[in-house]
Design a protein around this ligand. Structure first.
Ligand code: 2AM
Length: 488
């Protein structure tokens, strides 16, 4: 049990997996930390871990008052409890002991508006508030996460030295943390990061499906393919762990573990929020939406098994078993399709962030976001460096697709990309993320769309008016009357 004789530099409340690991990380970087948790056994557990992991300066407290008083002023307390009401309850418990200028940092995956509400309520008590996205899972929290703090700039400055050391360090690009912006911007950016993560995982799963179902690659071949991809432009944490997954044998039976895992994907809500926000802001995010829909459909396991039975005589299994595929070519095509699809997915996520930034006046720096995602977090990838450079070249870039480098990369890969998607469609294998990305690209790159017809229909039945390509203003036509006349 700690005493308040020597003050800690910072405090952390909420000692589940992420909290415990982040506390140890902070202590390891030389910042004495006080820790607290509602269930006190976790406090003792954390202190014991700190002792075992090298006598790290972690002091545990069983009551909130002595915990708060053990921290040097202005006090900074990171809260890592379940998002929603538990955060409010924890703030309530702690804030009664806090004083003017002290700060709470919520490190959970919180809905950004909750952060804005809390920041306002805290400022009425002269307390500061930050909502900080933390990505990297257990390992990242312990050894260097990507941190996305938003809210009070003054509060950020109070702990910038800690965050710069605690965050993942990437050679040539620095610590994976930056002050994101005002209000709930840190949470919002973390939310979109998670949406992009959904997209990445879906696209990888589709690459796997095409290679396995059409290319007939074994797990061992899949391991080799992903390991090889991880040496090039696709180098990333998710590709690396995917390669690993294909090498793990089932410890409860024959074969590989991945084949025994039920094909049902769980979710906690940030992907859904991302798609909801995209719709709210009228930003197209079809790849991220496709990844969310795929999770929904994956959940209908029983219905799918039933449907598979209904359609089992549809002839597709014949296509799959009889078609000739050049494995090497397919592997190379899929790599290119994956990369091109990924560019489209990031373009969507970045444009969503920009739209919100404009709406809220957050002035977010997209290149900086790409930089702090280069290490620590789940979507970390060399690819992010290319995104950063694109925004360095032009911070006002309307869409990543038209950046000179990315547009060239897309053009170089489009033939392979189209081959993979067509092959998948003709084989009855679903590649919704790749299809959504391709449709996004094909829609975005066309100077004229069939939207003229939709607008004509709207004016026909609803007198919604239309604009003309050759004159300004709003026009309305009595389509029905003209059509009737022309039929006479
Ligand atoms: P616990 O160990 O006491 O359950 C993840 O669940 C973390 O959130 C845990 O540290 C958990 O504390 C904490 N938590 C969940 N609900 C809480 C609440 N209402 N008040 C305080 N902490 C809470």
């Amino acid at each position: 049990m700690g005493s308040a004789d020597t003050l800690s530099r910072i405090g952390l409340a909420g000692l589940a997996v992420m909290g415990q690991n982040l506390a140890l990380n902070i202590a390891e970087k030389g910042f004495p930390i006080s820790v607290y948790n509602r269930t006190t056994s976790k406090v003792d557990e954390t202190v014991e871990r700190a002792r075992q992991e090298g006598n790290l300066p972690v002091r545990g407290f069983h009551d909130p008052r002595s915990f708060v008083l053990s921290i040097q002023k202005p006090r900074v307390i990171i809260v890592l409890v379940k998002a929603g009401a538990p955060v409010d309850q924890t703030i309530q418990t702690l804030s009664v002991h806090m004083e003017k200028g002290d700060c709470v940092i919520d490190g959970g995956n919180e809905w950004y508006e909750n952060t804005e509400r809390r920041e306002k309520a805290m400022s009425e008590l002269s307390l500061l508030y930050l909502g900080m996205g933390v990505s990297g899972g257990e390992e990242g929290a312990r050894h260097g996460p990507s941190l996305m703090p938003g809210g009070s700039f003054e509060a950020y400055k109070n702990i910038e030295d800690i965050l710069l050391k605690v965050a993942a360090q990437v050679p040539d690009s620095g610590p994976c943390v930056t002050y994101i912006g005002k209000g709930g911007s840190g949470n919002f950016v973390k939310m979109v990061h998670n949406g992009i993560e959904y997209g990445d995982m879906q696209l990888i799963a589709e690459a796997y499906d095409v290679l396995k179902s059409i290319g007939k690659l074994s797990n061992s071949e899949l391991h080799d393919v992903f390991a090889e991809w991880n040496q090039g432009e696709l180098l990333s944490f998710l590709i690396e762990i995917t390669a690993d997954i294909f090498s793990i044998k089932d410890d409860k039976g024959d074969g590989y573990l991945v084949d025994k895992v039920l094909d049902k994907t769980g979710m906690k809500g940030t992907g859904k929020w991302t798609v909801q926000q995209a719709a709210e802001l009228s930003v197209a995010a079809p790849t991220i939406a496709a990844s969310l829909d795929s999770r929904f459909l994956s959940g209908l396991k029983e219905e799918r098994v039933n449907a598979a039975n209904v359609f089992k005589h549809g002839g597709l299994s014949g296509i799959l078993s009889n078609q000739f595929v050049d494995k090497r070519k397919l592997i190379d095509d899929v790599r290119q399709a994956l990369y091109a699809s990924k560019i489209c997915s990031y373009a969507q996520g970045m444009n969503l962030i920009r739209a919100k930034s404009i709406e809220k006046g957050w002035d977010l720096k997209l290149g900086e976001l790409a930089r702090i995602w280069k290490g620590g977090c789940i979507i970390r990838a060399v690819f992010l460096d290319r995104i950063k450079k694109a925004y360095d070249r032009n911070p006002y870039l309307a869409n990543l697709l038209i950046d000179p480098e990315f547009s060239k990369e897309i053009l170089d890969r489009q033939a392979a990309w189209r081959r993979v998607v067509s092959l998948a469609i003709n084989s009855g294998i679903t590649t919704p993320g790749m299809c959504a990305s391709l449709a996004y690209f094909d829609t975005y790159r066309r100077g004229r769309l069939p939207a003229n017809l939709v607008q004509s229909q709207r004016d026909y039945f609803g007198a919604h008016t239309y604009e003309r390509i050759d004159a300004s203003g709003a026009f309305h036509t009595e389509w029905f009357k003209l059509a009737k006349k022309s039929k006479m």
